[in-house]
Design a protein around this ligand. Structure first.
Ligand code: 5AD
Ligand code: SF4
Length: 524
């Protein structure tokens, strides 16, 4: 339930973690803006400070605690400031954190984000009725957590899903995107990998109705978006059974996902929209969309139907993020990943035969409990064979509430984890360099995202790198991505941000292509 009261207040919001969190923050921001809140970039000038947090690794949580500590000091002179902790860490920690950190005024899990305005209102009202220095320390009214309400249980189909309304009420204002936007298709996760906290913090996997997704894409494109990234923890398991769909209060409801078996997506007697169907529908029905991307895919049950759909639809990007996690079957089994190294490589082979120009990225965890040198070597060998364009490598971080935390000892010394991490990064760096080198001399299509990091830093330092090269306007260094998600740096006019351009690649580094605009104005 939200409030209709118009509020004037300055909000600072910081987001940690994955793309799903970035989208969550955008939705919360849209909701608060509609209520009259204004967003600021300096937390010291804010009346409300919100941290949207990540729980996947301990380090992410430590960063948030250091911010919370800083805010505790700030609130000694500004006790009126409302501090909110949102997202996975709020859900994982639960209300105990309110007792340990009394400076936190509100706690909201990722399944309850529609309640943020109400929680801010409660925090303000509590302060008014108690006096700012004697704020009630009980936890009532300060927390909205999935664990409290069990709203997203298996009875979800019969319940009104407020969170769907949050996605549906997103802002379509051109000021809120620069040509690219995320659209959620699935929430939560059912896979229960033994190291992962996500099924606990985000709850059971549920799939949004395809009509909502397609409408959202259409409206984004009407507002100027040219690139959409579909989001889910396991997008390829998307499955919406129209025969079982339910409407509550005029809103078609998301569906609880059932486990997809080894035989592939479930198909019941009624009409079903699979992930392949969804991709094809968006491609066909949202004509103005120039690029359709999706993350993250799960390496099990990735059917040929999806690969064929990508091959048949030129505006779907040739890019897969397929986290493998380990090159050792023994580790994969302990991680409860549900596939073997052989099955993973078979999928890579299939993907490359349908999509010869596909780029694949992956994730690895090193130092999972009992990981021996031979397991690590198997992962090194896998990296040498796979030709990933890049791979994120994480040191295993035991997370309370996961099966690995409860049942396994974190027995790989940190020193060994660090060494294995560095060895994997060094191997991947060589592989990435080769992948990128293969593009030198070619022309690639680039979606222009922003000015480059280097250009932004130089500008902030007061010595902008813009140079006048006979263009009508000054040029600066821009950054963008190819269809296969390779990063490209080139000089160009800032007005190109949000559009797609051709860039001739002149040189490469392990993770970057450097080039120049293919059609440059005469005289340059
Ligand atoms: N420790 C280390 N890495 C983890 N990941 C998820 N949980 C953990 C953990 N407990 C990594 C996985 C996943 C990515 C998002 O984060 O590689 O794909
Ligand atoms: Fe976590 Fe595994 Fe689900 Fe990914 S698939 S979110 S790693 S439980």
């Amino acid at each position: 339930m939200t409030t209709n009261t118009k509020r004037v207040g300055r909000v600072y919001m910081e987001t940690f973690g994955c793309q799903m969190n970035v989208l969550d923050s955008q939705l919360v921001q849209g909701q608060l803006r509609a209520l009259g809140y204004e967003f600021v970039t300096d937390w010291r000038s804010a009346d409300v400070v919100l941290y949207n947090t990540c729980s996947v690794r301990e380090r992410a949580e430590q960063k948030v605690y250091s911010r919370v500590g800083e805010l505790g000091i700030h609130k000694r002179t500004r006790p009126d400031v409302v501090l909110g902790v949102l997202g996975c860490m709020a859900e994982r920690e639960g209300v105990g954190v309110l007792k340990r950190y009394p400076q936190i005024d509100l706690l909201c899990g990722p399944g309850e984000l529609d309640k943020v305005p109400m929680l801010i209102d409660n925090a303000v009202k509590t302060r008014i009725s108690n006096g700012s220095s004697k704020k009630a320390r009980d936890t009532d009214g300060r927390a909205a957590l999935q664990g409290n309400t069990h709203r997203r249980s298996s009875t979800l189909q019969a319940a009104e899903d407020q969170l769907e309304l949050l996605d549906l009420s997103r802002s379509f204002s051109p000021e809120d995107h620069s040509g690219s936007a995320y659209v959620r298709i699935t929430r939560g996760c059912n896979k229960f990998c033994t190291y992962c906290v996500v099924p606990r913090t985000r709850g059971a996997e549920i799939h949004r109705p395809p009509d909502h997704i397609v409408d959202e894409c259409k409206r984004l494109v009407e507002s100027g978006v040219v690139e959409i990234t579909l989001l889910g923890q396991t997008v390829n398991h998307y499955h919406y059974d129209h025969g079982a769909s339910v409407v509550v209060g005029g809103v078609r409801q998301p569906q609880v996902g059932a486990t997809v078996g080894a035989a592939g997506p479930r198909v019941t007697g009624s009409r079903v929209t699979t992930f392949a169907d969804l991709l094809a529908r968006i491609h066909e029905e949202v004509q103005g969309l120039l690029r359709l991307r999706f993350v993250t895919s799960f390496p099990r049950d990735f059917g040929d139907d999806i690969l064929k759909t990508i091959a048949d639809h030129p505006r779907i990007c040739r890019y897969l993020h397929l986290p493998v996690q380990s090159g050792s079957d023994r580790m994969l089994q302990l991680m409860n990943r549900g596939y073997t190294v052989g099955q993973y490589e078979e999928l890579l082979g299939r993907a490359r035969s349908y999509l010869p120009d596909v780029q694949i990225a992956s994730d690895l965890i090193c130092g999972f409990p009992t990981e021996a040198e031979e397991d690590h070597q198997a992962t090194c060998d896998l990296l040498r064979r796979c030709g990933f364009k890049n791979c994120f490598v994480f040191k295993y971080s035991p997370r309370p509430g996961t099966a690995a935390f409860d049942r396994m000892t974190d027995d790989v010394p940190d020193e060994t984890k660090r060494r294995r991490n560095n060895e994997l990064l060094a191997i991947q760096s060589g592989v990435s360099a080769q992948v990128h080198q293969g593009y030198v001399g070619q022309t690639v299509r680039v979606f222009v995202e922003s000015i480059s990091h280097k250009a932004a830093k130089a500008r902030d330092a007061g010595n902008g790198v813009s140079v006048y090269l006979g263009w009508e306007r000054p040029v600066t260094q821009l950054t963008g991505r190819t269809d296969g998600d390779l990063i490209v740096l080139f000089d160009g006019d800032e007005s190109l941000i949000g559009s797609i351009v051709d860039v001739s690649v002149e040189r490469s580094a392990p993770l970057t292509l450097f080039g120049r605009l293919a059609q440059q104005p005469a005289g340059v």
